[in-house]
Design a binder for this molecule. Structure first.
Ligand code: FES
Length: 563
């Protein structure tokens, strides 16, 4: 491709006759009914992700229209194109398994098709990380737009939002506190509009991270999906994409070690999802950027939780938007941020934060000096049970369980868990530690199974929380004293595979440790018998098993990570 190639002339198919390739492409393009004047303009690709299996993207068509409006008004040709879409609750075994597939789809379609810059429109949990991973690798000028969060519903006077309240209601139902009629009635009030989950779950966390990184326009992360301001943001995003044709700013200039650290600070301050640690690690990893466990913990210890939203606190994303959104959080964190990072429009963070906000709702976004919690929401643990690390969301855990030593009650996999957790004969008591094995990336694609249910007989006795440990993930909307992402996972012979019923396990949040209190020699003896679960024989699942990395590397494919 020559330097002058732009728009539809980019990346012509090579038939050995360049002029013929151009002629052929343009003659087919004419069939789209677009005037030749427009066909000669620079092209802005729009990676769109509508799907009948993705409720969170229901308003994608009007977002695409609004982006097109902005692109046209700024003088370029918008060409939307589909990629796969991942609707969190419709994918089996887990959406996580398909994040890398979507990232590959996004990267390859950006590079294979003739576009000068791209707008990425995602929202539901895995879609924004997948798009940012793909865009980082493609490194064409790119800008992220999110679909925005749902608005809340009402049930018997109570305000509800997916999906922290889904879990709260289900826990009450399991404990016998509400009946079938009430749970059925609540079911219709939890997700009442288009958009992503209404709390600071993974989707909202990733939207905030995209804005903190500088990959989306300031002030756009939290606008509710149904608010007209979201369409204006989409139009502005289209205009900004055309601006990229002049500045030629690429993702690798925006996603830097410094902006990734800023994003980790925001993750801590918003009490964001544990999944975001994996996703941000994978995005950064595409550009060869690594943030160590020690640095993550340093950032966490220095950064207070400022945002009072579920699942950590009380509010919903619509409150966060009305309160001032990511801009207000960034202004509070200012002394801790790298202010010389640039956003996709070329502004430094210092310039972005120069103008004060008119008003901030301090019940939702607290001042730095009066935080929800003086330390960050997430920490990395390590110890004999997780030599390569684990993640713990202290902001959503029970402080009384932070220093726990208990007896292990082990489930060897998801089926074993489903079969026995509510068995009245299960040998479990309050103070025990529930352990789930074989739910990591290799074994099961790392589903959100780390929020093990409290055994029914204990739930009915009033037990609300227990220490739970696994190599799985947890929904960003969930809460509890839960150790996740244990690495190495059980299915590749990590010490988690060696845990047996009755072993003692010690969690120390103060020391950031998770230990199996069994002699090393005994752990080695038990692991000598270890054999990995059988690998899928064909297709994407076989590729996944062969190539997926562990959580501390972002669960990306080893052949996609940057150097
Ligand atoms: Fe799509 Fe929660 S299900 S964001």
């Amino acid at each position: 491709m020559s330097d002058e190639d732009h728009g539809l002339d980019r990346g012509l198919t090579n038939y050995g006759d360049r002029d013929f390739a151009r002629f052929l492409r343009r003659s087919f393009a004419r069939s789209m009914g677009i005037s030749t004047g427009l066909l000669n303009r620079p092209v802005i690709g729009i990676a769109m992700t509508p799907s009948g299996f993705n409720n969170c993207h229901r308003l994608m068509p009007e977002l695409v229209d609004a982006v097109c409006r902005g692109v046209l008004a700024a003088g370029a040709l918008p060409l939307p194109f589909p990629t796969i879409s991942l609707g969190e609750v419709f994918l089996n075994p887990t959406s996580m398994m398909y994040r890398n597939l979507m990232a590959m789809d996004t990267e390859e379609m950006i590079l294979a098709q003739p576009m000068d810059a791209v707008v990425l429109i995602g929202g539901c949990d895995k879609t924004v990380p997948a798009q940012l991973m793909g865009a980082a690798s493609a490194n064409l000028p790119a800008i992220q737009l999110v679909t925005g969060p749902m608005s809340t519903g009402r049930h018997r006077g109570q305000r509800l939002g997916a999906c922290t309240d889904c879990r709260g209601f289900w826990a009450k139902y399991r404990a016998g506190e509400i009946d079938r009629r009430e749970i059925d009635s609540a079911e219709g009030q939890l997700s009442v509009t288009a958009g992503t989950c209404a709390v600071m779950g993974t989707a909202s966390t990733m939207a905030c991270i995209a804005e903190a990184l500088g990959m989306s326009l300031p002030g756009t992360a939290a606008i509710p999906a149904v608010n007209s301001a979201r369409l204006v943001a989409a139009e502005e995003t289209g205009r900004a994409a055309v601006g990229l044709l002049t500045t030629k700013i690429t993702p690798s200039q925006v996603i830097t070690e410094q902006s990734v650290e800023n994003a980790f600070r925001v993750l801590m301050a918003i009490g964001g999802s544990t999944n975001a640690v994996i996703h941000l690690t994978a995005i950064a990893g595409r550009l060869g950027i690594r943030v160590s466990r020690e640095r993550l913990n340093q950032i966490s210890d220095e950064t207070p939780v400022l945002v009072d939203l579920k699942p950590v606190g009380e509010g919903y994303m619509e409150d966060f938007h009305a309160a001032g959104g990511v801009g207000a959080v960034l202004r509070e964190l200012r002394p801790l941020l790298h202010l010389d990072t640039i956003d996709i429009e070329g502004r430094t963070l210092a310039e972005r934060l120069e103008a004060p906000l008119d008003w901030v709702d301090r019940t939702v976004i607290r001042p730095f000096g009066d935080p929800v919690s003086p330390v960050g929401g997430l920490i990395a643990l390590a110890g004999t049970l997780a030599p390569d690390g684990a993640i713990f969301k202290r902001a959503a855990a029970t402080p009384g369980l932070f220093e726990t030593e208990g007896r292990a009650v082990v489930f060897t996999g998801l089926e074993d868990l489903a079969r026995r957790i509510d068995d009245p004969e299960l040998d479990v008591k309050p103070g025990d530690v529930l352990v789930l094995q074989n739910a990591g990336p290799h074994a099961a694609g790392m589903p959100e199974a780390g929020y093990l249910p409290i055994p029914k007989k204990l739930a009915r006795a009033g037990i609300k929380d227990m220490v739970r440990i696994s190599d799985a993930r947890m929904s960003g909307t969930a809460f509890g004293t839960i150790v996740l992402h244990v690495a190495p996972e059980a299915a590749i012979g990590g010490p988690l595979a060696a845990v047996r019923n009755g072993d003692r396990i010690r969690l120390s949040v103060a020391r950031k440790r998770i230990d199996l209190l069994v002699e090393d020699a005994e752990i080695r003896r038990r692991l000598a018998d270890f054999s990995p679960p059988p690998a899928p024989a064909r297709g994407y699942k076989a590729l996944y098993r062969r190539s997926v990395t562990q959580a501390p590397e972002g669960c990306d494919f080893d052949f996609l990570a940057g150097k």
